[in-house]
Design a binder for this molecule. Structure first.
Ligand code: ATP
Ligand code: MG
Length: 797
């Protein structure tokens, strides 16, 4: 139980006692609803802005309450000024607040408490023939309304409650089955979703005769969870036919009469569906939703999405809905997912577990729909592809499914073949007998080694094709566009992870991913793979410790391995951005050229930290014995060769001679050239840098001031200007209380498709917690600055 704060501690914080309670973990400020760990923090809190603002708001409210009366018995035709005019006789009035909707009561606020007393002591109040009742205003306790929890906080709470439940079960298989039970949509939820669909159907058919609302996505694909959105497709095809008929009939019969009179007064007399743009139609849908569907609000057209959509919310059900217009393929791929889970009962537990794992590791579930993470559809396809590749396969390929379909089940949408059987019974059972826990571990092993950067995943064939083949096929397709049956869409958008949609073969469903997410996905698979080999995964703990799925579902960043691998900036080798002298050397062997470029980048990076960002070099790279490890994680998802660590630290290795001062880029310590080694072998240690100023903060403003009227220069495009900006900040802004120290280790990655330098960072001393900000700045700044410096350096030499 919370106690009121003790008398001794109150000596230092007079008059605050009412808001402060002691708790087992320190204090609680009930006004601000925050926990405070100790006495010094409590004193800080009480002097802080939040507490001060809330205290002021509270006393203003209190004083307003004391100076107001509550008036009832009004009618909607009584105006604000009528009320003010009447009550003025009791004292001067500062405000009259009327209830806008019903017009039956008002709060009248006087200048002084005397006005309240005078009004209350008056016997009978009459205004415009109405008898008014006047009461003292109710005194409400002032309470801070907590902000709505965001999705991630909610999820964490659910997971906290889930942990002990999972620990009690007897096997990982049971834990995975439990995930389905715990998260799947209940019968009532399904029913209320159907009612919303029915309601929308009834409204839309009034405006668009013969139209149909078809649900798709997680509400119906068997993988939905309690809070999932309601994806709907408004099919206007039949309405178009209806309108065309009506038009033809009208033209025949003169005018004004349609075949059944349905279109005369409907929206269809204002809009021609055959020529209207998608944007016009979506606007119309939004208007109907806003005006005609009860309980719907927050209607919003998002026309920038890949498929434009109208978003809405159902107030009572707290349901987020999306309506799209041209989404027959999504309806079909939803049927495909339904078929797969009908054919293979191990699929749902696997997908539910992996969806939560991916959310917890921040690999999937873009908060606002768009973003660089996997979406649930793409993640589910990764599961299906893995199951197609188990030995023996757990699921057939999409081409095999097509062969299992009968003639009536043939289906082509937008020229893409979407044929598969309607009934799961048509799919023969799998010969694979693996248990759920082993399939889950298998998923992690499969993707821990998968070469994402150079392969395209195809669920149609159940194989991955080299990127180069897919690109070539797309180019050939483009050339033969005129005679091809497929839509002229070109190839898929290639990215760090490439998963072809099983039907729309020109679409990479993971095209939105950035390199960081792809790398992080693989890294998490590698960590999970390791964990799945441990006893902790396989055997229930009798001592009540976490075991099985529990550790797999720990949020990202809380695991035992700190996630330093994500603090990486990558610099890509692009032949068009190279200085002339390097361009002239491109004829040499690829590996040798890559090393040359890498050395140059390292030298330039050192120059940027030392001269442009004015960091202090604490220790320079050292030669390590073969096999000796460095602190930073050295395993990468590179599919090719790698050179780790800065090269060419100068002859005095371990001393302070900077890389950039070396006159010959191609020579490393002891005159040796750095060698390309197979993954994971480090030959040199990282740099250790120190920075005493927040040189990343407020740069844009300083740059603007320094440039003044001269020609505007983009960030990172001018070495002198960036150096001046740093100098300005270091001279004008206060120092950090304690210097920030960080390690930096460059690594060359030569893969078949691309060559890059990865700059891996690790904060060593960051007592003020500023490293994340610095890193975010470097993510954008470094690639641009390296480009600029590479060219400049070549010009100077
Ligand atoms: P949830 O809403 O729980 O995240 P979901 O499966 O409904 O899962 P949405 O992003 O709402 O995912 O997408 C709805 C449906 O649209 C998917 O189930 C899928 O059928 C289709 N879809 C989503 N993204 C893609 C995509 N990139 N390519 C093709 N179809 C997609
Ligand atoms: Mg959805």
């Amino acid at each position: 139980m919370d106690d009121v704060i003790s008398a001794t501690s109150l000596l230092t914080i007079p008059s605050m006692e009412a808001d402060i309670r002691t708790t087992p973990k320190g204090f609680l400020c009930v006004l601000c609803n925050v926990n405070i760990p100790n006495q010094p923090s409590l004193e800080q809190h009480l002097k802080g802005r939040k507490h001060e603002t809330l205290s002021n708001v509270r006393s203003t409210r209190k004083s307003q309450e004391e100076r107001s009366v509550f008036v009832s018995g009004l009618k909607p035709d009584v105006s604000n000024s009528d009320v003010a005019e009447y009550f003025q006789r009791f004292g001067s009035i500062t405000d009259v607040i009327m209830d806008k909707n019903k017009g039956v009561y008002a709060i009248v606020q006087f200048d002084e408490v005397a006005g309240v007393n005078a009004a209350l002591s008056h016997d009978e109040h009459q205004l415009k023939g109405l008898k008014l009742r006047v009461k003292p205003r109710e005194k409400k306790e002032f309470k801070l309304i907590p902000k709505k929890k965001n999705y991630f906080q909610n999820l964490q709470e659910v997971c906290e409650r889930l942990k002990p439940e999972l620990c009690q079960l007897t096997s990982v298989n049971a834990q995975m089955q439990y995930m389905v039970e715990r998260f799947q949509l209940g019968e009532n939820e399904k029913k209320s979703r159907s009612l919303v669909i029915q309601l929308l159907q009834e409204v839309f058919v009034e405006f668009f005769p013969d139209s149909q609302i078809i649900p798709f996505g997680s509400s119906v694909n068997t993988f939905g969870i309690h809070s999932c959105d309601l994806d709907l497709f408004l099919d206007l095809e039949n309405t178009k036919v209806f309108q065309a008929h009506a038009k033809a009939n009208m033209e025949q019969a003169g005018e004004g009469v349609s075949d059944d009179g349905r279109s005369e007064d409907s929206i269809l007399s204002d809009i021609d569906l055959s020529t209207a743009s998608p944007a016009e139609l979506l606007d119309l849908v939004a208007v109907i939703l806003k005006r005609c569907v009860p309980s719907v609000d927050k209607v919003n057209v998002v026309s920038t999405a890949r498929l434009p959509v109208v978003k809405f919310q159902h107030k009572e059900l707290h349901l987020q809905g999306d309506i799209t217009l041209n989404n027959r393929l999504a309806v079909r791929n939803t049927r495909f997912l339904q078929l797969c889970s009908g054919a293979e009962e191990r699929l749902r537990p696997l997908v539910y577990t992996l969806r939560l794992w991916a959310k917890q590791k921040q690999l999937a579930g873009n908060p606002s729909g768009a973003g660089p993470l996997l979406n649930n559809y793409a993640l589910t396809l990764l599961v299906l592809y893995y199951l197609q590749n188990c030995e023996p396969p757990v699921l057939p390929t999409v081409n095999q499914l097509k062969d299992m379909a009968c003639e009536e089940e043939e289906c082509v949408i937008e020229n893409w073949d979407c044929t598969f059987p309607t009934q799961a019974i048509a799919v023969p059972p799998s010969k694979n007998t693996q248990e759920l826990c082993s399939l889950l571990a298998g998923f992690f092993s499969f993707y821990a080694q998968f070469e994402f950067a150079t392969n395209v995943i195809s669920l149609r064939t159940g194989r991955s094709d080299p990127l180069t083949n897919v690109q070539k096929a797309a180019a050939d397709d483009d050339m033969q566009q005129d005679c091809s049956a497929k839509p002229p869409q070109g190839g898929p958008r290639i990215g760090p992870m490439n998963i072809l949609d099983p039907f729309e073969l020109s679409h990479n469903v993971a095209g939105n991913l950035n390199e960081r997410t792809a790398r992080s996905f693989q890294k998490e698979c590698q960590e999970a793979e390791k964990y799945c080999r441990s006893l902790q995964y396989q055997v229930k703990s009798n001592k009540g410790k976490s075991w099985g799925l529990v550790r797999l579902l720990t949020p990202q960043g809380e695991g035992p391995q700190a996630r330093m691998d994500l603090l990486t900036v990558s610099i890509l080798l692009r032949s068009e951005g190279l200085p002339e002298d390097l361009q002239n050397q491109q004829h040499v062997a690829k590996d040798a050229f890559s090393v040359l470029w890498f050395q140059r980048v390292c030298a330039v990076v050192e120059g940027i930290f030392q001269n442009v960002l004015k960091c202090h070099l604490v220790s320079a790279p050292e030669v390590l014995e073969e096999g000796q490890d460095v602190d930073l994680s050295s395993s990468l998802d590179d599919s090719g060769l790698s050179v780790e660590s800065p090269v060419n630290p100068g002859p005095n290795v371990g001393g302070k001679r900077p890389l950039s001062s070396g006159s010959d880029d191609s020579v490393s310590p002891h005159g040796k050239k750095p060698r390309l080694t197979k993954r994971g072998r480090s030959v040199l240690s990282p740099w250790l840098w120190e920075q005493r100023h927040s040189v990343w903060a407020g740069r844009r403003k300083v740059r603007r001031e320094l440039i003044k009227d001269s020609e505007a220069k983009a960030e990172g495009s001018c070495v002198e200007l960036e150096t001046q900006v740093t100098t300005h900040i270091t001279e004008k802004e206060p120092q950090l209380k304690e210097a920030l120290q960080f390690k930096l280790q460059p690594q060359l990655v030569v893969a078949t498709e691309s060559t890059s330098t990865l700059l891996k960072f690790q904060p060593i001393q960051d007592s003020e917690g500023v490293f994340q900000d610095f890193f975010h700045f470097l993510e954008v700044f470094l690639p641009k600055m390296v480009d600029t410096m590479l060219v400049k350096r070549a010009d100077n030499s």
